[in-house]
Design a protein around this ligand. Sequence first.
Ligand code: ZN
Length: 219
Amino acid sequence: MLYEKLLSIYKEKKLNQEFDESMLNNLFEQIDWSMKRGRRNLSPYKFASTSGVEMNRAVAFFMYFSDPEIGIFDLEYFIECNSNNCQERIYLTKEMLNDRLNILNCEECAKSFSVEEIMDQIKVYFRLSDTACILYKQVGVPEKKKSDPNSIFGILNGMSDNLKSVSPSSSNNTIDKASEGETNTESVSLSTIVEINKQSVTPILDYEFLQDAADFIHG
Ligand SMILES: [Zn+2]
């Protein structure tokens, strides 16, 4: 079911004009790989590498799949506290980012920051949404792209009930944040997203704070 979802986003966003359809398979396979390891944050670095595209292209591709209405990723914003020896990770909501004068506090060392101060330190995870995880688990077997676009339905309809119910045992593991974040190779800087948005004819992600951030990340 998840592959169908990816395909529908690809079509709705008319990504064929910009990205090869094989990237959908790569995305699906990376999701499969990650879910089997209990990870919900997908690395655009890994995606760039498996797809043979530049990092910014991979991030742009992920951004299209982060549409709040139809996407499969939730963007997760965070900073690492820059207080001496603290390095506590502080998560920010989109609402918090809407006003650059908002203040956030580190729960560990009680240091406070204004959004404005930390805007250029914000990092972003592409985290698989709950919906995406549910869709993934509905069919635990990867479907391969076929030249006939209807064939996905064929595969699903032709699949025995036995196969349909098969899901990787590891995907039943509890997925929690503790299993993630051991590396920083999954996150990108907010400024990268802002930059990609700016270079697009129309912003890929149409959030007001991203427009705002563009003014002063490079200002
Ligand atoms: Zn701190």
